[in-house]
Design a protein around this ligand. Structure first.
Ligand SMILES: [Zn+2]
Length: 240
């Protein structure tokens, strides 16, 4: 895989330790790759990512992995408040929901698998800490979205995709407990409030993309239980 260089000024030092243990995937959400890369390199925009992967599979490096790129914004996952400090960010070129959301092409996915595998060699990133931007910022973000092929990525050894069935009986309090255990931040109100609904939408976008409505139907409950069980198993004795 050939990596092309296009340096972004939008980065700073990782905090003390500098340990990287998360991978966050995004889409660019702009009309063209050139427009997206220009913005990610514009000092006024104050945003960036470590890598951008174009739809033809071209990989651009914008920020060195040792530096903190500014891709996730206000975010949270499994107790990590400053996701940028602990993560590598990859932007997949795609117009996104605003400009004509479309499937991620084969060449782009193949490059992502190659790059992702190399990243996992260099950094200790647990499978349950490979996340979408919408997982770490469910109230603000939809990317990479329901067309992204998480099962394929998991088959390539990057992230996870639970498949086993699980019992479905679950109330809202139970769903909130499961979502929290998986890694999402949300209120434990026991009722289906707006924020819980938004987090359920983020969960569905990632793990039940067939229907994204924020409702706790039987299939969503079944997926919640399966994902929670998988994350618990992946986490093992690891402190969160
Ligand atoms: Zn994003």
């Amino acid at each position: 895989m050939i990596i092309r260089e296009r340096a972004s000024p939008n980065h700073d030092a990782r905090p003390e330790g500098g340990r990287v243990d998360m991978l966050v995937l995004h889409y660019t959400g702009m009309k063209t790759a050139a427009e997206a890369i220009d913005r990610l390199c514009d000092p006024a925009a104050k945003v960036s990512a470590h890598y951008v992967i174009d739809e033809d599979g071209t990989v651009w490096r914008l920020v060195e992995e040792s530096r903190r790129a500014w891709h996730a914004g206000v975010s949270y996952w499994q107790g990590t408040e400053n996701v940028n400090a602990a993560s590598i960010g990859i932007e997949l070129v795609n117009p996104g929901h605003e400009w004509g959301y479309r499937a991620f092409p084969e060449a782009q996915m193949a490059s992502l698998e190659t790059l992702g595998s190399a990243l996992l060699q260099r950094h200790p990133i647990p499978a349950d800490r490979v996340a979408g931007h919408s997982d770490v910022a469910p109230l603000r973000k939809q990317d990479p979205g329901e067309l992204f092929d998480w099962p394929r990525l998991a088959r390539a050894g990057i992230g996870f995709w639970p498949t086993e069935p699980a019992p479905a009986a679950m109330d809202i309090a139970g769903a909130q407990a499961m979502l929290s255990s998986i890694g999402y931040r949300l209120p434990r109100s026991g009722v289906l409030d707006d924020e819980t609904s938004q987090v359920l939408i983020a969960f569905q976008r990632r793990f039940r993309p067939r229907r994204i409505d924020g409702a706790l139907d039987d299939e969503t409950a079944t997926r919640l239980a399966a994902v929670e069980r998988a994350v618990s198993a992946l986490r093992g004795g690891r402190a969160v």
